[in-house]
Design a protein around this ligand. Structure first.
Ligand SMILES: Nc1nc2c(c(=O)[nH]1)N[C@H]1C(S)=C(S)[C@@H](COP(=O)(O)O)O[C@H]1N2
Ligand SMILES: [Mo]
Length: 309
């Protein structure tokens, strides 16, 4: 494999899933005592996913408990309330699965999911801030999207990247409702897609992605509102013009193409100044670019971020 690990990762930093599992076995213990109603368990334990910890991407905050990460979700293909995805995606089958990377590239390639899983993966702790005002801190496993983009060789006319979620109403019951114009489409400017923070994500908490979190593969773009991080993607297309995203189609005055986390620009129906970290009681101030400004602000130099919201 030609993709190399960044040189700053030492082998001693290999993830120890036992650390994460301690808490889960505690919960399992409680379940055995009859506390299942308080701590509903996932239907089955997911497969471990080996990775190397990339210490360059961590935070002082404790990760959001696995239980919250996997039971409080936005995934409209499996219902519009936060609890539905964990229930309705339980039996979602993610094999076989391919991701087609095409459009304005020299080498269009279809990646099989099991080949992606064999690449050298990293674990990075990212905060994810939902446009609705909550946030989580999650240890994600994946690889920089830039590594995949490099392999397909974007042509000079490629300016944007479009992500498309699977469309299959038989398997995704939420798609039988017209709450969105399916399939779910998202997009990034090419430089954003190539930014080292943008993670093609295959797992969390040292396991393959739970279905409700976008199995088997999604993107995570931590300086943007959560909806930019499209789940269960089947196609990544390099294009010349900014893709028309599912949310812009649904409500163009509420959701812009960029959707960088910005406490100074309110959503038309609510303030974006504060957020509730799931598991915490008090709200906290939302940071520009979700706290990743040092890494990403330069990409927007000179842009009016009120206009390009
Ligand atoms: N295909 C698809 N991707 C999606 C969504 C969706 O409804 N469909 N919801 C988005 C929103 S609004 C958020 S906040 C995040 C939530 O990711 P999580 O459930 O893993 O925390 O997924 C995003 N990706
Ligand atoms: Mo969201």
């Amino acid at each position: 494999m030609l993709i190399r690990r960044p040189s700053d990762i030492r082998p001693s930093e290999i993830t120890d899933p036992a650390l994460y599992r301690e808490r889960r076995s505690f919960i399992t213990g409680l379940a055995a005592l009859g506390a299942t109603a308080l701590f509903p368990l996932p239907a089955s334990a997911n497969t471990k996913l080996p990775s190397v910890k990339n210490g360059a991407y961590r935070t002082n905050s404790a990760p959001t408990p696995y239980q919250d990460v996997t039971t409080y979700n936005n995934f409209y293909e499996f219902g519009t309330d936060k609890e539905s995805p964990a229930i309705l995606a339980r039996n979602f089958v993610t094999r076989p699965w391919t991701v087609m990377v095409d459009g304005l590239v020299k080498r269009p390639t279809t990646f099989g999911i099991d080949d992606l899983l064999k690449l050298p993966l990293e674990e990075r702790i990212y905060r994810l801030r939902c446009v609705e005002g909550w946030s989580m801190v999650i240890p994600w496993t994946g690889l920089p999207l830039s590594a995949i983009l490099k392999r397909v060789e974007p042509t000079g006319s490629a300016k944007f990247v479009e992500f498309t979620t699977l469309y299959d109403p038989k398997r995704m019951p939420g798609q039988r409702s017209s709450v969105l114009d399916w399939p779910y489409v998202e997009g990034l400017r090419l430089d954003e897609a190539q930014h080292p923070l943008t993670l093609l994500t295959l797992g969390l908490y040292g396991e393959v992605l739970p279905n409700q979190n976008g199995a088997p593969v999604r993107v995570v773009v931590p300086w943007k509102y959560g909806f930019k991080s499209a789940k269960s993607i089947v196609r990544i297309r390099l294009v010349e013009k900014a893709p028309l995203t599912a949310w812009m189609r649904a409500a163009p005055n509420e959701y812009g193409f960029f959707s960088n986390v910005n406490p100074a620009v309110d959503h038309p129906r609510w303030s974006q100044a504060r957020e509730r970290r799931i598991g915490e009681f008090f709200k906290r101030a939302t940071l520009p670019f979700n706290g990743y400004g040092e890494q990403v602000a330069a990409m927007y130099a000179g842009m009016d971020l009120r206009k390009y919201f």
